[in-house]
Write a protein that binds this ligand. Structure first.
Ligand code: KG4
Ligand code: ZN
Length: 344
């Protein structure tokens, strides 16, 4: 619970809880050291419906939240009474889903009389890199690409960042999911597009995800998505067969190449020596390879969280919780869930 007299420890033990979509997750950190990260996912159940059904997600979180927290404490070998704070995602996400994790975290913080920390999910994705490299310090350039966001950021301090450019329509992850649906692939779409793309050989020219001749850096995924849909529908109308691997591979190139190119260019332009990345799309193998190669060629240090810390998890929520803990930024019991929170 909020207490103005809370002593701020150097290496606090923080429990992170995440329930914004279809993953119920809990993790424990001690300072920047990750002690455990557990996930119970309802993705298989959601796949039957072709996407996340909010009601099913909320019920699955209710079933799983107690168990996932117990698992996280057990595998961290931490007693519940040893926790110094509870950090929880309060948005953005599905309201009913968020409320499960949030109510659980509030009860825990109240019962243990420890601070409650409100974490913006997307700030969690940005903070995942701090656990990957315990010595990482701002400033650096961050490539953020998830189901709801796509942006290149200049992270200037632990709490401050500038948006160098973002998408003017769909997010990269959203485009991966829509292309997956057009290709008849199961939910979750992004990883299945990546699987097909591995066998693609012939590149089809689709529009790149970059707005050309724009004064500021801007990405766009709606034109690319529509081009892929039209390509598939035109072939269907003519009774022609498409090669799904070629389509997936060509889409992946058009979606990812501008993100990588502009991230590296931004780092060079601003003289930032380090690049980090976060969000579900950063789990994409092709993106990881090209970003690594691009950073190496430009002499930039790349801190890339492991794939399991790019997609939704609670380790990143605890990591962002630590940043807020360190500046005594605690929430009180009136904290409520928010479906939308602007990036800035
Ligand atoms: O960060 P995340 O798990 O949830 C949000 O905060 O949105 O991101 C989910 C998005 C989905 O759109 C999913 O298709 C995409 O990340 N994604 C991928 C891959 N894994 C997840 N996209 C491309 N390749 C992947 N391997
Ligand atoms: Zn996410």
């Amino acid at each position: 619970m909020y207490n103005p007299n809370t002593t701020i420890k150097q290496n606090p033990i923080i429990l992170g809880i995440e329930s914004s979509c279809d993953e119920t997750a809990a993790a424990v950190i001690c300072g920047r050291k990750l002690l455990s990260s557990e996930i119970i996912s309802s993705a298989t159940e959601q796949a039957k419906y072709g996407g996340v059904v909010p009601e099913i997600a909320s019920r699955a979180h209710t079933d799983a939240v107690d168990e996932v927290v117990r698992r996280a404490l057990n595998s961290a070998n931490v007693k519940i009474t040893e926790l110094d704070a509870v950090a929880v995602t309060y948005g953005a996400g599905l309201l009913g889903a968020l409320l499960v994790g949030l109510s659980f975290a509030k009860s825990l913080a109240y019962a243990l009389n420890i601070p409650l920390i409100a974490v913006n999910h997307i700030r969690g994705h940005m903070a995942a890199a701090y656990l990957q490299d315990e010595t990482l310090k701002p400033p650096f350039i961050t490539l953020l690409a998830s189901g709801g966001h796509t942006a290149v950021l200049h992270t200037q301090s632990y709490s401050g960042f500038e948006v160098l450019g973002g998408t003017c329509d769909d997010a990269a992850g959203e485009a991966f999911d829509k292309v997956a649906r057009v290709l008849g692939l199961e939910y979750p779409g992004g990883v299945n597009v990546e699987r097909l793309a591995k066998d693609g050989k012939n590149i089809i020219v689709f529009p790149q995800s970059l707005v050309k001749n724009s004064e500021k850096l801007q990405f766009s995924y709606s034109g690319l998505k529509t081009a892929v849909i039209n390509y598939c529908h035109n072939a269907e109308q003519k009774g022609e067969k498409i090669n799904p691997c070629d389509v997936a591979c060509s889409f992946q190139h058009a979606a990812v190449d501008p993100l990588v190119k502009k991230t590296v260019e931004s780092a060079k332009k601003l003289g930032a020596g380090t690049v980090t990345a976060g969000g579900g799309v950063i789990a994409n193998g092709y993106l990881r390879e090209t970003l690594s190669a691009g950073c190496e060629k430009a002499g930039l240090k790349l801190i890339l969280p492991e794939k399991k810390y790019c997609t939704d998890n609670a380790a990143m929520i605890a990591a962002e919780g630590l940043i807020q803990y360190s500046s005594g930024n605690f929430a009180d019991m009136s904290l409520n869930a928010k479906a939308h929170i602007p990036l800035k």
